[in-house]
Design a protein around this ligand. Structure first.
Ligand SMILES: *[C@@H]1O[C@H](CO)[C@@H](O)[C@H](O)[C@H]1NC(C)=O
Length: 206
């Protein structure tokens, strides 16, 4: 085989594997149009979710610093098998969505109101950060640790995030590390600190 033919064959093999990887990047495909609940007939209501009306109605006068509303297959069962979901993120001034990851999907965030400082860290430990304005879109790649921060002192922020999974999952790093029963000594060694510092951090979650 000439070296040219070899190159063509190799690049064909590589692109085939890339395509296979691409087609396997989402939730498993289903063999029906949609997945109906076990009992009863369904109508358009099954495909409708009204939980986000809370975003346009009268707002809570003493809202929490940061609030998430989800429309995943948990809240909206017709998403099961459709590989899509939404979350709305409401930030009061100077609030954060702490560092977290979504194991099963990338996140496509659109800033609807206010401004957000966002960032993610890749697997080489490089930080990518950006200051987003109203109307901007940012993508957090699948599985990478990321955060959002409303740095403004007066204006709340609202963002809508789309996911390529019906159940992207969330792993919150502070909660995973300091609000589970991981041994204090393990955490002290991991963070190059002492046990009393670890216990102080754990107190914030009690
Ligand atoms: C800590 O974990 C408990 C049990 O899972 C949970 O109910 C609580 O909200 C967590 N605390 C914080 C601050 O996230």
């Amino acid at each position: 085989m000439s070296s040219f033919t070899l190159k063509v064959v190799l690049s064909l093999i590589i692109s085939t594997f890339t395509l296979m990887k691409l087609t396997r990047a989402g939730d498993p495909d289903i063999l029906t149009d949609f997945i109906s609940p076990l009992t009863g007939p369904i109508d358009a209501n099954f495909f409708t979710y009204t939980g986000f009306r809370a975003l346009v109605g009268p707002q809570n006068t003493s809202p929490p610093p940061f609030k998430v509303l989800k429309a995943t297959m948990i809240e909206f069962p017709s998403l099961n098998g459709q590989s899509v979901s939404y979350a709305s993120l409401q930030f009061q001034p100077k609030s954060i969505n702490p560092p977290h990851t979504h194991p099963r999907s990338a996140e496509l965030l659109l800033v609807i109101q206010g401004a957000l400082q966002v960032g993610f860290v890749d697997t080489t430990n490089k930080l990518f950060t950006q200051n987003l304005q109203t109307g901007d879109i940012f993508v957090f790649p699948k599985g990478l640790v990321h955060f959002q921060h409303n740095v403004d002192e007066k204006i709340p922020a609202l963002a809508l995030s789309a996911f390529g999974s019906a159940n992207a999952g969330t792993i919150s790093l502070p909660n995973t590390l300091f609000n589970t029963s991981i041994d204090d000594n393990v955490l002290a060694l991991a963070f190059k600190t002492d046990v009393s510092t670890v216990q102080n951090l754990k107190k914030g979650f009690a």
